[in-house]
Design a protein. Structure first.
Length: 94
């Protein structure tokens, strides 16, 4: 998959250094995937939450952080849209 919005991960790593390694691992895994549908994504990340509109929420660092992305399965693109603590995630309007 091609990752779009990597600047969000860079900013997240600066603000939350304890998440950096986990975000690096996540992005490395995703770059090497070619999901064709949400079921394939869930096969790789069973704890990911599938939302409407192709949005997916990933738990980062044992659910301490949340990463919101939009997945375009047909064009193999994962667009990173938001990153925050679990508490911040509870306030997001999804």
């Amino acid at each position: 998959m091609r990752l779009v919005g990597l600047i969000i991960l860079g900013e997240a790593s600066k603000k939350h250094p304890n998440a950096k390694r986990h975000l690096d691992v996540w992005s490395s895994i995703v770059k090497n995937c070619k999901w064709k549908n949400p079921q394939e994504l869930k096969g790789q990340f069973p704890k990911a939450d599938l939302l409407g509109g192709k949005q997916v929420v990933f738990n980062i660092r044992g659910n301490e952080f949340r990463l919101l992305v939009k997945v375009d399965y047909e064009n193999e693109i994962v667009a990173i849209t938001k990153f925050g603590t679990h508490k911040e995630y509870d306030r997001w309007k999804l």
